[in-house]
Structures are given as structure tokens and as C-alpha cells.
Design a protein around this ligand. Structure first.
Ligand code: NAG
Ligand code: NAG
Ligand code: NAG
Ligand code: NAG
Ligand code: NAG
Ligand code: NAG
Ligand code: NAG
Length: 431
């Protein structure tokens, strides 16, 4: 009986996975709160100052999932978005699978991660939030289908709104919520309030209180992860496209980066479809393409360049992988690095890099390179508790923790960390 029940459950799962999901709007509109998002917004942000940037005053990043360049490029909604902005034809993810790309996007490194495990990065390691706050620039991340502000759990399963009556669906995943991986954000009671829901997004827009830097993660169906490019296109038609003509979102000097975390095919170069949109993109450049070599680190350097920020002293200051979006660099006078096609590295390598989040080649976190100068022209920001002597050159040899039957100190068991905010360190080695 028990075995039968298990088999039955498994076959239902397979059957529902095999049935293509068809887009359903999660709400009456992108600026209307919805019970499909679990809880309603309690408050808006309340940032008073706008720090002027050289080229843009607001930037929104939107990450979709697991799609090859050609797939997006041949989908009408994406073709039409490309006509409204600059299509970046040589924009690369930095590794596989998903999570390390998100971690890299906000922290300047993926720290050897090659898994979607529930990691946390200690509070002496900086991320983009430190750079922004250092100059008083407001920020938030908006996570679709995250059930409440500051939610720390590994995933969240909600009522199925795409197929009403079907089993509840895991729409939210922490592996796509990069700032939550950094203790510098998740363990800071003020900062973690800026890890916000889509109902908060609606509330923040309507109240005119969107911050200057944003990272937006659509849910597991809307970002194409569990679905198709056409499903994601329908989501963009419902959510992004109306917002592009709303001055509360795409007001003066707004830049929007729409891209994918990684390609679907691991055996090819990791060049993802990426477009920069928004009022900050000059009219004369709309509908053009740019074949400059960019990676996920380019957003960090572009933001640093725009606001004269300090740097993280990691790959954000490695000139060969962090070119500034060229329309920005042209206006600020920043000189990008030209890498001949034959010297462009492969960004599809997985599981071979030593690092503190690698189980097979574990090394401790290193301090950033304090001598680095990023595109902001400023020094490297350091956080309290940083051991500056632990330079990349001073690290011990990598250890294979898998062979020793251990996990990294920065890896947590999802079972112990589901649900509410918890103390993230589940391992005595990191206490
Ligand atoms: C939830 O989504 C479904 C499917 O689009 C929709 O019919 C329903 O009205 C939504 N609920 C709310 C409160 O918006
Ligand atoms: C809207 O923002 C203002 C400040 O701009 C703040 O005083 C007010 O409380 C906010 N409204 C809500 C509903 O939170
Ligand atoms: C609003 O506050 C209530 C009560 O504290 C909480 O349960 C809910 O999750 C909050 N909503 C959001 C979007 O955080
Ligand atoms: C990475 O992409 C290149 C170019 O397509 C390919 O030759 C190589 O085998 C890929 N590497 C891996 C590890 O799949
Ligand atoms: C800079 O990036 C290139 C290409 O990925 C890499 O080969 C090089 O090791 C990096 N330099 C540093 C100092 O990390
Ligand atoms: C960062 O903090 C952790 C935990 O306190 C400590 O073990 C580690 O040595 C520190 N690393 C650096 C690079 O400062
Ligand atoms: C680490 O150890 C595991 C388990 O013994 C083994 O499968 C794997 O190949 C090792 N990795 C490296 C990089 O040596």
C-alpha cells in the first residue's frame, strides 16, 4: 500500500512535469497586489535622496533562466525588446549551474561554487550592497513568489495559480535570490528588509519609492526555468512591457538589464541573450547591437563607473571580464579592454575552480585584492572582520572535502533551514 502510494505520487509528478504549463497572470496587473504571492505588503521603502549617476540614476537587473542565445533571439517578444534597446551579442555568464552566476553578479566571484546548495557567505565578505550604501545609493531586490519580506527558507511552495486545483507549486527558490546568500545582507536586520516580494514591488512603485539599484527575479515558471521561452515571453508582455511606459518605473535616466543566468547547453560557450533598455539608452542606439565582451561582472563595473563607487577587488576589477557597457563607458571616458576572439576564455567550465564553496577543491575565503582599481576609480571596500593577510596567494592548498565525507562550512542542509528566518550557520565549523 505504502509502495503503491509512493509510486502513484511519483507518476503524478512526472505527468504534471510533462504537461506544458501555459502562462497565467499571477495578478490583475504588475502594480496590483495579489494573494497568489502569499502575503501582502506591509510598508514601502522610504528613501529620500537620489544620488545622481553620470549616465543613469536607476538600474534594474532582471534575470531569466537557462536559455541559449539563439532561442531568445528567435522569440518575437525578445526580438521586439531588442529593437527598443541595445542587444549585447557577446554577454557571458561565468559558469554553470544557476546559483554561482547569481552569487557572482552581486559579489564579483562565484567562490568555486558549482552547485545550487544552500550556501551562506560570511559577513566579512562584501557585495554590491556595501558599495552602494557607501555612497548612499538606495537598493532592493524583488523576488517573485517569495512569501514575505526577508524570507530565508530554501524554497517556498504556494497554491498553484497556473493550474488551479493542481498540487501546490514551488514557485520561489533561494538559489535565485543572491543577496540572501551573503550574511552581510541576510544577517543585517535593516538590510534584510530590502529583500522584498513582488507585492512590495507594486506597493513601492505606486508610492513612488522604488530604489536606485534593483535585482528582480521572476518565479520558477515566469523565468523559463520550469517552462519555456514562450512562457517567459508572456510574462514579459504582462509585467515588463507595460512598466516600460510607466514613468514611475522607467522614469528619467533609467537603465534596465534583461538577461539570463546561463545558457541551457553546457557544452557551448556561455553567451546569453542580454539587452539594455530604458530611458538612459540614447535614442540613436536603440535597435543596435554591441559585440563588446561582457560578463555578469560587467554590471558591477558599470554601476561602479556610473556612481564613482569603490570596488569589491574581485573579478569586478579583472579588466578582461568586466568591461563597462560601452554606451556608458563612452559617456564617462572609461577605457574598455579589447580581448581578441581567440583569447576569450570559456565561461562554460563547471566544478573545476577551487574556492570556499567548492566541496572537491575547498580553500578558505580570501581577502579581496586591496591594490585593485575598478571602473569607479576608487579603492577596494573592506568589511569588518576581514583578515587582509588571507590574500589569494596565501591560501592553503585545496582540500577535497567530498573525499573526506565533509561539506564546506558554508553549506547548509535545506531540511534545517526551510521556512522562517533562522541562524544560518548549521555547522559547528562556521560558528
Ligand atoms: C491568481 O492567478 C489566477 C491565474 O491567473 C487568477 O485567475 C487569479 O485572479 C489570481 N488571483 C489574484 C488575487 O489576483
Ligand atoms: C510612501 O512613502 C512615503 C515617503 O515617500 C512614506 O511617508 C509613506 O509612509 C509611504 N506609504 C506607505 C503606505 O508606506
Ligand atoms: C506583513 O506582516 C505580517 C505580520 O507581521 C507578516 O505575516 C507578513 O508576511 C508581512 N508581509 C510581507 C510581504 O512581508
Ligand atoms: C565549452 O564550450 C566549448 C565551445 O563550444 C566546447 O568546445 C567545450 O567542450 C565546452 N566545455 C565544456 C566543459 O562543456
Ligand atoms: C581574470 O580573468 C581571466 C579570464 O577569466 C582569468 O584567466 C584570470 O585568471 C583572471 N585574473 C585574476 C587575477 O583573477
Ligand atoms: C571571514 O570570517 C570567517 C568567519 O568569521 C573567518 O573564518 C575567515 O577567516 C574570515 N576570512 C577573511 C578573508 O577575512
Ligand atoms: C574528490 O573526491 C571524490 C570522492 O572521493 C571524487 O569522486 C572526486 O573525483 C574528487 N575530486 C577531485 C577534484 O579530486
Amino acid at each position: 500500500m505504502f509502495i503503491f502510494a509512493v509510486l502513484f505520487a511519483a507518476s503524478v509528478r512526472l505527468a504534471s512535469a510533462a504537461t506544458a504549463q501555459v502562462f497565467e497572470p499571477p495578478s490583475k496587473g504588475p502594480l496590483v497586489q495579489s494573494a497568489n504571492y502569499t502575503s501582502f505588503s506591509n510598508s514601502t521603502l522610504n528613501d529620500k535622496t537620489v544620488v545622481k549617476g553620470k549616465v543613469f540614476n536607476r538600474i534594474m537587473h532582471i534575470f531569466l533562466e537557462n536559455t541559449d542565445f539563439a532561442t531568445a533571439a528567435s522569440t518575437p517578444t525578445f526580438e521586439s525588446l531588442a529593437e527598443q534597446g541595445i542587444l549585447l551579442t557577446n554577454y557571458n555568464s561565468v559558469t554553470h549551474p544557476s546559483q554561482p552566476n547569481y552569487i557572482a553578479q552581486v559579489g564579483g566571484d562565484f567562490f568555486g561554487a558549482s552547485a545550487d546548495d544552500m550556501f551562506h557567505i560570511p559577513s566579512n565578505i562584501s557585495c554590491v550592497v556595501d558599495l552602494l550604501e557607501d555612497k548612499g545609493i538606495s537598493w532592493a531586490t524583488y523576488q517573485e513568489s517569495m512569501p514575505e519580506d526577508s524570507y530565508y527558507g530554501v524554497e517556498y511552495t504556494a497554491t498553484n495559480y497556473v493550474s488551479p486545483g493542481a498540487a501546490p507549486y514551488p514557485y520561489y527558490m533561494r538559489k535565485h535570490n543572491p543577496l540572501m546568500v551573503y550574511d552581510a545582507v541576510s544577517q543585517d536586520p535593516e538590510r534584510v528588509k530590502r529583500v522584498r516580494t513582488f507585492n512590495d514591488f507594486a506597493n513601492d512603485v505606486v508610492n513612488g519609492s522604488l530604489p536606485q539599484w534593483m535585482f528582480v527575479t521572476p518565479n520558477m515558471v515566469d523565468d523559463a526555468h520550469d517552462t519555456t521561452i514562450d512562457f517567459a515571453a508572456s510574462f514579459l508582455e504582462y509585467w515588463l512591457i507595460p512598466l516600460l511606459s510607466d514613468p514611475r518605473v522607467n522614469g528619467e535616466d533609467t537603465l534596465i538589464l534583461l538577461t539570463f543566468d546561463e545558457t541551457e547547453t553546457y557544452t557551448e560557450q556561455n553567451t546569453v541573450w542580454a539587452v539594455v533598455l530604458g530611458t538612459a539608452v540614447p535614442l540613436s542606439l536603440r535597435g543596435t547591437t554591441d559585440d563588446t565582451l561582457y560578463t555578469h561582472y560587467s554590471s558591477l563595473s558599470t554601476v561602479q563607473n556610473n556612481w564613482d563607487l569603490k570596488s569589491l577587488g574581485r573579478q569586478d576589477t579583472n579588466a578582461s571580464v568586466s568591461n563597462v557597457y560601452s554606451f556608458v563607458a563612452e559617456k564617462t571616458g572609461y577605457k574598455n579592454t579589447h580581448i581578441p576572439a581567440s583569447e576569450v576564455p570559456y565561461f562554460n567550465l563547471t566544478g573545476i575552480f577551487p574556492g570556499p564553496l567548492s566541496s572537491s577543491a575547498y580553500v578558505p575565503f580570501s581577502a579581496p585584492n586591496l591594490a585593485a582599481r575598478g571602473a569607479g576609480g576608487e579603492g577596494v571596500l573592506t568589511r569588518p572582520g576581514l583578515n587582509t593577510h588571507l590574500t589569494a596567494g596565501n591560501l592553503p592548498a585545496p582540500v577535497n572535502l567530498t573525499a573526506l565525507d565533509m561539506t564546506t562550512p558554508w553549506q547548509m542542509s535545506p531540511e534545517t533551514t526551510s521556512g522562517k528566518n533562522i541562524i544560518p550557520c548549521a555547522n559547528a565549523a562556521c560558528a
